[in-house]
Design a protein around this ligand. Structure first.
Ligand code: GZL
Length: 385
């Protein structure tokens, strides 16, 4: 692939100080590019613009470099290397589909896609492969949040801009932009909702079992920390917290163990994604434990994929905290900004909704901000990713 010489702006941007689905329930194909882009641009862009901190006007790098070739003008294909986490969940399927839809050949891209199968070493190897291929841009959804500075330095030295999506990299800022969600806010929202729901339902004791996501993933860390902050403040009892690795099989395995070890001791289960929730539902059903709106156990989930919202509407998942996987339109905006010599935002936040079955609470307060709760309808399900 033709390697791009990078602009001084790009070098400055790359060194700017950093600011911010169930395996057996395949998600519906996400919206087409046009729909996805429209959705991504309209609500999310407004929110992203409102939320994203002012771009860091890093002083232009003194070492002037060649301006990037303007591929769009020359009509040359833009080559992108994408190192994806894996294929563990409906959410992941939608994330991959979003990137494949936006970065398609007909849109002028050559997408080199690597499914890293939840293997961090494989992901680093994939990035190094992209450097060897001299791609124009690298997209990374980091399996874990540490261990990145060495290979990001290699990308920088090769003059290849890196865009991070979804999960965060916490030990290096050598990337141009990050597009994703605030995972701690998602965890805080789940805790604040449970606080209001428990009061409305007259739940005197709150005894919680947590099925965490993949160990070391920033989504796991953020959701765990956010929910625990509210649990500690409210004096709830978190009985146990084990990883289900964001998979349905993992969720079922952990929940089967919990049903044996903690029979009759819990009234809330928090699954850190929908696929774990689907597995937990199967395990609780087999153990004779009722869950959901009319059950003995409140079931909280994250992602709000199509299949997850179907379970909310069915009354099985009591509340589902969305994590929007459709980052690709924003990533394309970052690339186009760079192509035109601009400096993209360092952080772009996705628009998220908090979904419930029952219309008993209108809103919750998260980080001091009032946030609406959305009662799931078929129309919402039909439009979800
Ligand atoms: C969150 C994302 C997580 C999802 C899971 O942004 O990284 O990984 O919550 C997915 O469904 O496996």
């Amino acid at each position: 692939m033709k390697k791009k010489l990078v602009s001084a702006v790009l070098c400055a941007a790359m060194t700017a100080t950093m600011l911010a689905g169930c395996g057996s329930k395949p998600a519906e194909a996400p919206a087409t590019t046009t729909d996805t882009k429209t959705e991504a641009e309209a609500p999310a862009a407004d929110d992203a613009a409102a939320e994203a901190p002012a771009a860091d006007d890093a002083a232009a790098d003194d070492t002037a470099a060649e301006a990037p070739a303007d591929d769009t003008a020359s009509g040359e294909v833009v080559t992108i290397g994408f190192a994806q986490v894996g294929h563990e969940s409906d959410w992941r399927t939608a994330s991959t589909k979003s990137c494949q839809t936006v970065f398609s050949a007909e849109n002028g891209y050559d997408l080199q896609f690597v499914d890293c199968d939840n293997d961090s070493a494989k992901q680093i190897e994939a990035v190094r492969g992209f450097i060897q291929q001299q791609v124009d841009y690298i997209i990374i959804d980091p399996i874990v949040s540490t261990g990145w500075d060495t290979v990001l330095t290699e990308c920088e030295e090769a003059g290849i801009p890196v865009i991070v999506i979804d999960r965060t990299i916490d030990d290096s800022d050598k990337y141009v932009s990050w597009v994703g969600s605030n995972f701690k806010t998602e965890g805080l929202a789940a805790g604040e909702w449970l606080k209001a729901y428990a009061a409305a339902k007259g739940m005197e004791d709150v005894n919680v079992l947590v099925i965490e996501g993949s160990t070391g993933a920033s989504a796991t860390i953020g959701r765990t920390d956010g929910f625990k902050e509210i649990a500690d403040a409210e004096g709830w009892n978190i009985i146990d917290s084990q990883s289900g690795d964001f998979t349905q099989a993992g969720g079922q395995e952990v929940m089967e163990s919990y049903c044996k070890s903690y029979e009759g001791q819990f009234n809330v289960v928090v699954c850190q994604n929908d696929n774990e929730a689907f597995g937990a539902m199967e395990a609780m059903k087999n153990a004779g434990v009722s869950y959901g709106v009319d059950g003995d156990v409140v079931l909280i989930s994250f992602d709000a994929c199509t299949a997850g919202l179907e379970e909310v509407m069915a009354g099985n998942i009591t509340a589902d905290f969305e994590c929007n996987p459709l980052a690709a339109p924003f990533v394309e905006d970052v690339i186009k900004t760079l192509q035109s010599g601009g400096t993209p935002e360092k952080e772009v936040f996705m628009v998220e909704h908090w979904y419930v079955k029952e219309d008993i609470l209108s809103d919750i307060t998260v980080n001091g901000e009032k946030q609406e709760l959305t009662v799931v309808t078929q129309e919402i399900i039909d439009a979800q990713y």
